[in-house]
Ligand binder design. Sequence first.
Ligand code: ADP
Ligand code: ZN
Length: 610
Amino acid sequence: MTTPTIDDARSVLADVFGYADFRPLQAEAIRVAITGRDLVVLLPTGSGKSICYQVPALVARRRGGGVTLVVSPLIALMQDQVDALAGAGVRAAALNSAQSAEDQRDVIRRLHEDALDLLYVSPERLATPSFRRLVSKLSVALIAIDEAHCVSQWGHDFRPDYLEIGALRELVDAPLIALTATATPRVVDEIRTRLGLPKDAPVVRGNFSRDNLAFVVEHRRLQAERLEALSRAIRVAGLLEGRGRAIVYCATRKTTETVAKALRGEGLPVGYYHAGRTQLARDRAHRAFATGRTRILVSTNAFGMGIDFPDVRLIVHYAAPGSLEAYYQEAGRAGRDGLPARCVMIFSKQDLVTQRRLESASASELVKARRREALAAIERYANASGCRQEVLVQHFTGGEDAVACGLCDRCLDPDVEPEVEVEREAPPITPLAPTDRQRIVSAVDRLRRPVGRTRLAQALRGGRAKSLSRGGLLTLPEYGTLAAYDEKSIVAAIDELLEAGVLRRTGRRFPTVWMANKPVRDTSEPKKRPARRTNRPGMIARALDDYRKRTARKLKWKPYMVMQRRVLTAIDKKRPETHDDLLRIPGLGPAKVERFGDDILQIVQRYADE
Ligand code: ADP
Ligand code: ZN
């Protein structure tokens, strides 16, 4: 018989699956497969790997060949595949431990009658003597190994049962296709040796860069900081505006629950998923996420293998995962629809210690060495100074051909130090000694015109800001005499002097202070705009501080997650009147302005007009 051609395959594709043509790499894989050669298919998830063995299976069948055996580790997915094939008129069935004895007998009967085109089987099943007896009597056209990286001890998902596949090959004389979405060059080598492929068996390798994914690493250690980074990521990804879904991966079951609770406290539609929950609870969580009733799912890595939602806009790893392979597989679930999506890894060195602890104490030296290597790769990724996607793609292909993505945090902000400090709660105010308070008064008394509180405080601390060169601040004898205090403490002391009536408030556009009992002679402040507001310096910042504390309590956030302190003072200083004004204040992104903007403007308005 002549060897089949790609046109034979194309007509199967059209007749059975209804697709007009193969994708380029599918065609490449199928050209090899239909000639009966062994083959490794390394394509990213979603690129259509199943077609790469289903079509050759059916081509063989049309030409009188036997059944195709498909080894797959995931029983739930197996049934989906079988149902989908049955829907296309393909005779497919599965054999696994989830079936009743009767169903299993039925499948075996159909096998004996040669009435099946594809048989999906779990790797545990391969090892049983009864399956071996069965399979040695069958005519097998092709063996397909799904998730083939599970055979590798170098991989992140080693399954000992996969080693049985080698023995299967001694029983069955049929070509083999190994398929995976995740394999470094070393894992590909191991797939070849363990599955008994020739050393030169071709590899059809896809392009692993994903041009719609923006990779980001957030260096955060404390829980509160992680939560803040997480809720910001959720806002930035547009989840609050009802866009798509998000999956948050946590390292432990307990964390999934605490994180889900915290997000729920913010009023977000959140579910959680881990293998420790009852089957019912897991099904419910999955269904709620599938139907969109919850749009954020917090989960361990138990969720997701083979689960495919096209509109996942955000994948957050709440802590570093165990390997880059696991990371890329999980992060790769974002943006399957090709639209922009974000992949955020929250990382701290401490996470690597946690990962090490998750490993069983009885692990062999070899396994431990591999684990160390995997974690070192994660750390290199987190601390990369160049493009994140380049690091990932190079890890998988071993090649040097990756190009910068232009989307990741390193591409967008190459000058920012990788390590980012998060603002902590500001230190408490230090009261000024009486003589130091007096220094404030004598400084103001000496000035020729009123002065802003902050500028005055900065001058008394000996600041060098350019703005201090105006108004004689630098030549005051008091300049630099209060360097022992922080700016906030000095400003607080000025406020007290205002309250006590020693100083008074003056100024039009800019709030300033002046001696209580002294007329202002020379105000060279610009008078272009009419006075619209009396100035109550500090009031706005204080009112905003109250507001953020109230809001934080309501949302179960930390106050600085609502607004950082420097944002409060910036608002007080700038007196914004519109959302656009707010957007110009550093630290207030579009999501915050959207959420809190109206409240903020109202507060500014209220106190400015008093
Ligand atoms: P993988 O196993 O690589 O994750 P799937 O086999 O699940 O990918 O296929 C992903 C999607 O692509 C499926 O919706 C499938 O129907 C579709 N698909 C696969 N091959 C083609 C093709 N040649 N033309 C159009 N759509 C295809
Ligand atoms: Zn990049």
